[in-house]
Design a protein around this ligand. Structure first.
Ligand code: BDR
Ligand code: CA
Length: 339
């Protein structure tokens, strides 16, 4: 079993990360925090609730996170993820409400309730976790492990030339979180999953076709590059239909930005590592965040060689086999959607 606290800014790839975890028998989702990022926190919460309901999991708690980053005003990115954050998908709205406790409280209370057992997964800005660390500075000892999708090291940024989205939206939060883990022992070091590796994991229509076929969807050919933008999926399986409508938007976004008709699987890959770190190879590093640079604010800087004289505070995922990841994604989400 892998008990989990999720903190998502759902988001198209966050949606797929959530589906992957819901489809994974070893994942025990204890709570889902909604962080402001791709879209405002309230919209993220609506998306989290809607996906959980669609997947038959109205029992899972959804909390609302901070509406704003620690210092900066909130920036959102509807051009990447669609007006509601889920591309062209039109999910039935949930009748449920968010939890009465905040995302920050949930982080602290859930971690305290099962000391040393819980894995935290953050696939959005680190605002909620930074606030939780202010409330409970012992969180690094209480968590079994932390996995963060964020940063770019030997790789250009995707938000500014030097910064990746999740870090760029709330650089102070990221800086506080990385600093809080500076004394973590090697087997408790957070895993950081940066653009360097997530941009090697390219979902293409072929993967969606395999997913639909595994789910028993008719037709299985659901997204082709020849369809006009915004074409809705005709898949017979509801989870596959909504997922295809979401991912199509992401494919079109990547194509419109010269990257090809593909979608980078940032968050789903981080989710896969939260369950099974053996899917990647790692390099320990001391990571810090540039806050002051006029051109480089939000840039993650890695000291790979101990030049700062500080011990490593994270393990950076550096290599993986994308095909092995996609095989797992197709098997798991396909079987789950079929049921
Ligand atoms: C990250 O930015 C977001 O838009 C994605 O959901 C992902 O978490 C990639 O930089
Ligand atoms: Ca995200």
């Amino acid at each position: 079993w892998v008990p989990l606290i999720l903190d998502l800014d759902t988001g198209i790839d966050d949606s797929l990360a959530l589906l992957y975890l819901l489809a994974s028998p070893e994942a025990e989702i204890l709570t889902v925090a909604s962080t402001a990022g791709n879209v405002p926190a309230a919209q993220v919460a609506a998306n989290n609730l809607a996906w959980l309901d669609l997947c038959g999991r109205p029992d899972v708690e959804v909390t609302l996170g901070s509406p704003v980053p620690l210092t900066d005003p909130l920036r959102t990115t509807e051009d990447t993820h669609g007006p509601q954050g889920i591309g062209y998908a039109e999910l039935p709205a949930s009748g449920r409400r968010v939890s009465t406790r905040s995302a920050t409280q949930a982080w602290v209370e859930v971690a305290r309730s099962r000391p040393g057992e819980v894995t935290g997964l953050v696939t959005g800005p680190l605002t909620n976790l930074a606030l939780a660390l202010r409330l409970e500075p012992a969180l690094p000892q209480l968590l079994r492990r932390l996995v963060v999708m964020g940063g770019a090291f030997n790789h250009p940024g995707n938000t500014t030339p030097e910064s990746e989205w999740n870090i760029s939206v709330d650089p102070e939060a990221a800086q506080e979180v990385f600093a809080a883990f500076s004394a973590a022992p090697a087997d408790r070091r957070p895993i950081v999953c940066p653009l360097d590796i997530t941009e090697t994991i390219e979902m293409r229509p072929e993967h969606l076709r395999r997913l639909a076929a595994a789910a028993g969807s008719v037709p299985a050919e659901i997204v082709t590059e020849l369809d006009p933008p915004g074409t809705r999926s005709a898949a017979s399986v509801p989870i596959i239909r909504h997922l295809s409508d979401a991912v199509r938007f992401y494919l079109e976004f990547h194509r419109d930005h010269g990257q090809g008709f593909l979608a980078h699987m940032h968050d789903p890959f981080a989710a896969a590592l939260a369950l099974d770190p053996a899917l990647a190879e790692y390099r320990p590093a001391t990571v810090d965040v540039e806050l002051a640079g006029t051109l480089t604010r939000g840039c993650t800087v890695a000291d790979w060689h101990g030049m700062w004289g500080r011990s490593p505070n994270v393990d950076v995922a550096v290599r993986t086999d994308p095909d092995a990841f996609f095989a797992r994604l197709v098997d798991r989400v396909g079987a789950f959607a079929r049921d």
